[in-house]
Structures are given as structure tokens and as C-alpha cells.
Design a protein around this ligand. Structure first.
Ligand SMILES: [Zn+2]
Length: 305
């Protein structure tokens, strides 16, 4: 219990410090996103008109992230925040509630059907006594969802709060949409010829990507990023991989590495470089949303060819 109380108390203390040390601030004008891919879309739409912050630090997993002083400081000038929702980035709620400027929060994974997964059920599917399936939050890795759901939601929110730049935003949005449409076509071309289409990943981030490009995610090694794998679950994965003739486990940059014995004893391959569902501002190959799609498509192609 004390593990939870102490950081919360410290966060509160620090936010009070901020409030005391900056008595007269102009109204907050920056916007933010929980994760980099959404921040990248925001940057492309608002250009140089509004500062954009990404709250999750590069290289961190949103599933296991604990906010620190750095994120509290980042929130203090935010007027509008875009979260994914569905359990991916609930830590943002605590930051928003503590923030003096009380940013508005827009949740993106709402208002359309999400993929329900049953990965991680540690039993065979011969009984269905409870409601199966958890809504998967990794919606941004399907560019069609980005084009038809995420960008329209972002645009409406921005135009409402910053009406003086409406036309400028719309011009940028059109450019961005073209770029994403082109990347989508390129990814489809890269992946279309592949004979192997069944994939096994450490984490479920690419489930929407898989659906978009006709890949089939048959197993996920780490369905709960914060829990340890059981030996029984691992045995099931091995069986599924053999049944579907999958020889590669796709690792992800922000997740734990795959267990080495799967390479050593079972003859499976762990993908290196790993997939990256997040990207970030540091590496130009992954700093723009459209580049991030292509980056990951190349990795799938490399290991499924
Ligand atoms: Zn994830």
C-alpha cells in the first residue's frame, strides 16, 4: 500500500510547489498526447502555431509507466490532451486531475468497434462460462483508423479550441492525410507478396496493423505486460507456434525481451531489430507517423519472407 501512497503524495507535493512558484501564468496554450504517434499527428496538423508535448518518455511502455515530476512539469501549460483510453494510458488521468490548469481530455479509442482479444487465457477454449475478450487499445497502428477516426476527432477538437487557425490546420491535415495514404499503399505492397502470414508477437500492439494488412496474430507471449509468464502458458505458445509453422517471435522495443530458451532449445527466432509501435522524435526513421508504419512493415517483411 505504501508503494502507492508515497509517489502519489510526492506528485501532489510537487504540483503544489509548481503552483506556488508561478503565481501569474497566462492561460495554457500547449497541447499534448500520451504517446508519440499521436503527438506526431498533432505536430503535423498544428505546425508552428501551438507547442505539442508527448507525455510518455521515449522508450517507455505505456502499460507499465509511472509518471514522475518531469511529466507533472510538462502538464502545466497544457490546454488540451489526447489520450488513447481503454486502459493504455490511464496514468494521464492522475496528472490531469492534479494539474492546476485542468486540461480538457479527448479520448481517441471511443465511438467505434475495437478488436477484442483473448490472448492470455490460460486455459483451452472448450468452455465459455464468462464473457471473453478484452478490447485492445492499440488503434493507431491501423492507418485507416487514423484517417477515418483519429484525425477527424483531433481536427474537430483543435478547430473548436483554436478557430483562428482553422484553415491552416485544414491545409496541413490534407497534406498529412496524403502522406499516410501513400505510406498505407507502400506497406500493403511490401507485405502483399509474403507467403507466411501468421505472426506471434511478444505484445499485442500490432493487432490492428495485422488486420489491416491481412496478417494473422496467432499468439501473444506477454498478454499482460505487468505479469510474469507461467510455464503452462509458454508451453501453449510453443504448441501454437508449431501447429501454425511460425518460427519467429516478433519482439517490441518497449516490451521485455523474449525468453532466450525459445531460440536455444526450441529453434525459434527472436526478431532483431524489434518492432516499434511508438517511435519517437530522436530517430528520423520513426519520428513521423507514416515513417513508423514503413519501419515496422520492413521488419515484418524481413522475417516473414
Ligand atoms: Zn501496448
Amino acid at each position: 500500500m505504501s508503494k502507492i501512497i508515497i509517489p502519489f503524495f510526492l506528485l501532489l507535493f510537487f504540483s503544489l510547489q509548481i503552483q506556488c512558484s508561478s503565481p501569474k501564468e497566462s492561460s495554457p496554450q500547449a497541447i499534448s498526447a500520451s504517446i508519440w504517434p499521436i503527438a506526431s499527428l498533432l505536430k503535423d496538423i498544428v505546425g508552428d502555431k501551438i507547442p505539442v508535448h508527448c507525455i510518455l518518455p521515449e522508450g517507455s511502455s505505456p502499460h507499465t509507466f509511472e509518471p514522475t515530476f518531469e511529466q507533472i512539469a510538462k502538464m502545466r501549460n497544457i490546454r488540451l490532451h489526447f489520450k488513447i483510453g481503454k486502459g493504455l494510458d490511464d496514468w494521464i488521468d492522475k496528472l490531469v486531475n492534479q494539474s492546476k490548469n485542468k486540461p480538457e481530455v479527448i479520448t481517441l479509442a471511443e465511438g467505434f468497434p475495437l478488436i477484442k482479444t483473448t490472448f492470455g487465457c490460460d486455459h483451452d477454449h472448450d468452455h465459455h462460462h464468462h464473457d471473453h475478450g478484452i478490447e485492445d487499445p492499440h488503434i493507431w497502428l491501423d492507418p485507416e483508423i487514423v484517417l477515418t477516426k483519429i484525425i477527424p476527432t483531433i481536427s474537430i477538437a483543435l478547430e473548436k479550441r483554436f478557430p483562428k487557425w482553422k484553415e491552416y490546420f485544414q491545409e496541413n491535415r490534407e497534406k498529412l492525410e496524403k502522406e499516410i495514404e501513400e505510406a498505407d499503399k507502400k506497406v500493403a505492397e511490401l507485405l502483399r507478396p509474403l507467403k507466411k502470414r501468421k505472426i506471434v508477437t511478444i505484445h499485442s500492439a500490432f493487432i490492428y496493423f495485422a488486420r489491416r494488412y491481412n496478417l494473422e496474430m496467432v499468439a501473444v507471449l506477454e498478454p499482460w505486460p505487468d505479469k510474469e509468464l507461467t510455464a503452462r502458458y509458454l508451453q501453449r505458445i510453443i504448441k501454437i507456434m508449431k501447429t501454425h509453422s511460425c518460427n519467429v517471435i516478433f519482439e517490441e522495443l518497449q516490451s521485455k525481451r523474449g525468453p532466450k530458451f525459445l531460440e536455444r532449445d526450441e529453434g525459434f527466432k527472436l526478431s532483431s531489430p524489434p518492432l516499434d509501435p511508438m517511435g519517437g522524435p530522436q530517430n528520423s526513421a520513426k519520428s513521423k507517423y507514416s515513417h513508423l508504419l514503413l519501419y515496422n512493415a520492413q521488419i515484418f517483411r524481413k522475417f516473414l519472407e
